[in-house]
Design a protein around this ligand. Sequence first.
Ligand code: NDP
Length: 254
Amino acid sequence: MVLDTFRLDGRVALVTGGNRGIGQAIATALAQAGADVALLSRTDPAETIAVVEKLGRRALAIPVDLSTAGPDELADAVEAAVAGLGRLDILVNNAGIIRRAAAVAHSAEDWDAVLRVDLDAVFHLCQAAGRIMLGQGHGKIINVASMLSYQGGIRVPSYTAAKHAVVGLTRALANEWAGEGVNVNAIAPGYIATDNTAALRADPEREQVIRERIPAGRWGTPGDLMGVVVFLGSDAARYVHGAVLAVDGGWLAR
Ligand code: NDP
């Protein structure tokens, strides 16, 4: 039956940045659907672990700082998930940072920091997980893109560059891996109320302009991403490759 194809019982997912925000909702959703969850996180994801375990699933913290970890450390982190939870079926590249400054004033440090976490780490984790998934002939990779994968944004050139690249990378990997049983897709969240957007929501004018442009008439919540990540992580999405699913309250349709 079709609803059974959405279930993730017996699967293992690795989620980056699952300690708070969208990543916490994603980890919770995957666990609710039946998966055990490894949390690649620089901050102790104790709260998320408690949620996953309360659902009767296994959780594993893998401490990694994506701003300093190179390809080898990231490959080790992926192996740690396999060693700790027995297998790897789903990778969600969720962790991300944003630095706001006008393009002319955007420091080299900010540029490098954002590209390291939002793009370099995404590629190296896809590569490490991809090796395992290609070897076993199945797997799901879900990258977290953005509205700024489509649009330029304001005062966020490094973030926009990285998030455009995440979509290009998603499509490039999908082309190589679709025939090998590995689905690579992306989710593009709209404006979601998390720490990432706290500065926007703290500015009443900016908050109002953004909210009034969203056809749904409200900011999204991390919970709004839960259904889509389960879908893309499941057999229900077996013929979905290289897609970018916007979960944006209609922002892009406007
Ligand atoms: P938050 O700022 O709430 O959370 C960011 C997450 O990324 C945290 O778990 C954080 O961990 C982790 N992270 C950041 N830097 C590192 C690092 N160096 N090493 C390990 N983990 C790190 O943001 P969101 O939940 O909103 O964002 C999640 C994803 O969604 C990001 O990729 C973001 O770009 C994307 N997104 C968000 C949108 C929004 O409106 N909120 C819209 C579109 C996309 P720690 O707690 O240790 O800092």
